[in-house]
Ligand binder design. Structure first.
Ligand SMILES: CCCCCCCCCCCCC[C@H](O)CC(=O)SCCNC(=O)CCNC(=O)[C@H](O)C(C)(C)COP(=O)(O)OP(=O)(O)OC[C@H]1O[C@@H](n2cnc3c(N)ncnc32)[C@H](O)[C@@H]1OP(=O)(O)O
Length: 719
């Protein structure tokens, strides 16, 4: 909807009204068309201002309308009519002008922005391009290089940067609508020809071909198979090389391809999935709307290894006071230096003062007595963590939340060490903790909804995408990773090489294949866990590593590499070889290939040709199957939680929506059929056995992903 009022005698004020971000729904577009007609037909009205209600100009096209039958006036002619209007139209930009919202503003003759406003063309993040003239007007207004940057990255710019780039004409600290109304009165009657951006020639540098070539290479490298960034470069190229009308034709053509693509569907699903995870629920029925978070002003971090340092930085950068505790004096000094360096570099990048004074350091636990929340980040060892929790419970003031940064240990065991187990939750950060967006907030059977709400709110405050998950070995992310890693090792046993498996996964869109990631994070990490679990020891009777553990197929390949001191990048050898320890350039290693040959011979395995399809299906479908088990067990509330965890924490390609969305895209019946096929071939691998929920969904006709929660609810109620 849009509201019309006449203000200051001669200005027609059109206010977009569509909570929460004034998206350009059919009703809003109809409102704009009608109100523009009214303003143009009223002789008293000499100029027009367009603004949005509640301090938000416009969040762009209404994404919820995509994929449905679109009704109402189309956007492009609406914006053309505004640009062609005989009276000046001023956009009063408060809050945001994004996507179609900025395109609407670019159709106006003038743009006034509030100092706190942000503008941008983020369509690329939804698998689209700015297709209401944005790809043609923006380069004409600010030049090709700047437009390429904004359109291919989708980044939002501040009002100050927008002014510098020439996107807006004026920035104000005052009431933007009042300033725009005064401005509109002043320009009434002036010629509008120089203000119609579509008539501008596109300022194009002399080396345009080289510029576009470079831009194309850059987006292809970064896009990992995403098609929208490539189309964005093509659209801007059209602006630079074609007259406006032909450029618009090209924009439309490119958009038609993107609009119906699977990638656009995946990215738009993911947009809403990110918002859905904030609306968390627990099996007990506790929910985000009814669970009040408690304020956290002061926090403590216990243990200043890599994770503890990153967490301290993340907290301090968000403005919290942090007590950073490390009992080893030398480690404390090193951590202090490292944390200060990280804070200084971060501050330099964002142009603010470093939050050095937010952190106080201590080599004993006493100063945590008055904090509101503690994050324990000591070594991943249950006995050590238990001890820390006992100490914390004795020292902290009543009501302090006690959180563990564990990547998979049982939260309940830690909660049992404390006087108030309801105040204990897991906060699983991902390394580097001050950079990675994901946070798994893990609730145990005793965690209170307040504790979950507080950890979720803290996550948001420090800029994380937080997902509430239940307590189980590995939580959601690492639990699903286990069958994926296992399949990758089995594939090596059966004839594949690490570089082939990685190539297939990287072509799928992962930033790095499983073996490269393993080399990067260190093979010894998993080895230590397997040793603690009694898996990595050789068979005591023969001294040979066995390929069966606890009655299931097991691959000792990773253990054997660790026994050779091949821990990955840090030792210069792992699944690949490196020029020197710490180097990041992975090269295939002939030693490893001979090692695999010998291993196969020793175990009577005959190498066979393994194709792309088998690598993808076995690695991904076993991971997806575990995802369905997680849903069945109630560890994640819905498929969105899993997908958000995988995209933000495990570099699952966003344009494929996440593993559960991918399963829906492939077709649940196909996933089921292939799992059955592989399980028949490998009956000693339980993770390939299709789980009950997957079978149930297929039996129910494979409902669309947004209906899965209903099926899950039914499964839970039958238990
Ligand atoms: C053969 C076929 C040929 C087809 C050719 C078809 C041509 C069609 C012509 C199309 C013309 C293209 C027009 C244009 O170029 C395309 C676009 O504009 S795409 C949209 C671009 N905009 C965005 O990407 C902005 C998305 N939103 C955000 O980034 C953020 O929401 C925000 C605006 C920065 C605000 O952030 P927050 O304050 O944190 O709030 P939330 O994110 O939680 O959002 C609040 C609430 O609003 C919902 N919402 C936000 N944006 C939109 C939107 N654009 N449409 C619909 N809904 C939106 C969000 O989901 C939240 O909802 P809630 O969870 O509370 O229900």
């Amino acid at each position: 909807m849009a509201q019309y009022t006449r203000v200051s005698g001669s200005v027609g004020l059109i206010t977009l009204q569509s909570p929460r971000v004034n998206a350009l729904s059919a009703a809003v577009r109809q409102g704009i068309v009608d109100m523009m007609q009214r303003a143009l037909s009223e002789p008293e009205v000499k100029s027009v201002v367009i603004c949005g209600q509640n301090g938000i100009f416009c969040g762009g096209a209404d994404i919820k309308e995509f994929g449905k039958n679109m009704s109402g006036p189309p956007l492009i002619p609406m914006i053309h009519a505004i640009e062609a209007a005989s009276k000046p139209v001023v956009a009063a930009i408060e809050g945001i002008a994004l996507g179609g919202g900025l395109e609407l503003a670019l159709g106006c003759h003038y743009r006034i922005a509030h100092a706190k406003a942000r503008v941008g063309l983020p369509e690329v993040t939804l698998g689209l391009l700015p297709a209401a003239g944005g790809s043609q007007r923006l380069p004409r207004l600010i030049g090709v290089p700047a437009a390429l940057d904004l359109i291919t990255t989708g980044r939002h710019v501040t009002a100050a940067e927008a002014l510098k780039l020439g996107i807006v004409d004026q920035v104000t600290d005052h009431n933007t609508v009042n300033v725009a109304v005064k401005f509109a009165k002043r320009v009434a009657g002036q010629s509008l020809d120089p203000r119609r951006i579509s008539t501008y020639p596109c300022p194009c540098p002399s080396d345009a071909d080289a510029l576009f070539e470079k831009a194309m290479q850059k987006v292809r490298r970064a896009a990992r198979g995403a098609i929208a960034p490539v189309a964005c470069v093509q659209a801007v190229r059209a602006a630079a090389t074609l007259p406006y009308n032909q450029g618009m034709e090209r924009e439309k053509e490119l958009m038609a391809t993107l609009f119906t693509s699977g990638q656009a569907r995946a990215l738009q699903y993911f947009f809403f999935a990110q918002r859905a995870v904030g609306k968390w629920s627990m099996p007990s029925g506790a929910r985000w709307e009814t669970s009040k978070p408690r304020p956290v002003h002061k926090a403590a971090v216990i243990g200043l290894g890599t994770m503890g340092r990153g967490i301290t930085v993340a907290l301090a950068q968000a403005g919290l006071s942090v007590v950073a505790v490390e009992t080893q004096e030398k480690q404390l000094m090193e951590a202090k230096q490292a944390i200060s360096g990280m804070l200084e570099r971060g501050a330099k990048r964002s142009g603010v003062a470093p939050a050095l004074d937010k952190v106080s350091y201590s080599h004993n636990i006493q100063p945590v007595a008055d904090v509101d929340l503690v994050i324990e980040a000591v070594f991943e060892d249950m006995a050590l963590k238990k001890k820390v929790f006992q100490q914390l419970s004795a020292v902290c003031k009543p009501g302090t939340f006690l959180c563990s940064n564990t990547s998979g240990l049982d939260i309940d065991h830690l909660a049992c060490q404390t006087r108030n187990p309801e105040l204990v939750v897991g906060m699983h950060f991902f390394a580097p903790a001050h950079v990675m967006k994901l946070l798994e907030v893990v609730y145990g059977p005793k965690s209170s909804p307040h504790a979950v709400a507080t950890a979720m709110q803290l996550g948001k405050k420090i800029g994380k995408v937080s997902v509430a998950v239940g307590n189980c070995r590995g939580f959601v992310g690492n639990r699903m990773l286990k069958p994926y890693l296992e399949q990758a090792l089995f594939l090596l046993e059966e004839g594949a090489t690490p570089e082939f498996v990685d190539q297939v996964l990287e072509e799928f869109g992962f930033a790095m294949g499983v073996f490269r990631v393993s080399d990067l994070s260190g093979l010894d990490v998993g080895w230590r866990v397997r040793m603690a679990d009694g898996l990595a020891q050789p068979d005591p009777t023969t001294g040979q590593p066995v390929r069966v553990r606890q009655g299931r197929r097991y691959s000792p390949l990773g253990d054997l590499l660790c026994e050779q001191g091949r821990f990955g990048q840090k030792t210069g050898r792992g699944w690949y070889q490196y020029d020197k320890p710490g180097s990041q350039v992975a090269k295939p290693d002939p030693w490893l290939h001979s090692f695999l040959d010998e291993y196969r011979t020793r175990h009577g395995l005959v190498a066979r040709r393994i194709d792309h399809q088998e690598v993808l299906e076995r690695c991904l479908y076993s991971l997806i199957n575990e995802g369905f088990r997680i849903l069945e067990d109630g560890i994640a509330a819905g498929p969105e939680d899993i997908d958000v965890i995988y995209v933000f924490g495990y570099s699952w390609p966003r344009h494929r929506g996440g593993p559960m969305f991918y399963a829906a895209t492939v077709g649940l019946n196909k996933v089921l059929e292939r799992l059955e096929h592989y399980h028949q071939a490998h009956p000693d691998v339980p993770s390939l056995q299709p789980c009950r929920l997957l079978r149930k969904l297929v039996a129910g006709g494979s409902p669309p992903i947004h209906k899965w929660r209903e099926v899950i609810k039914k499964v839970h109620s039958q238990l």
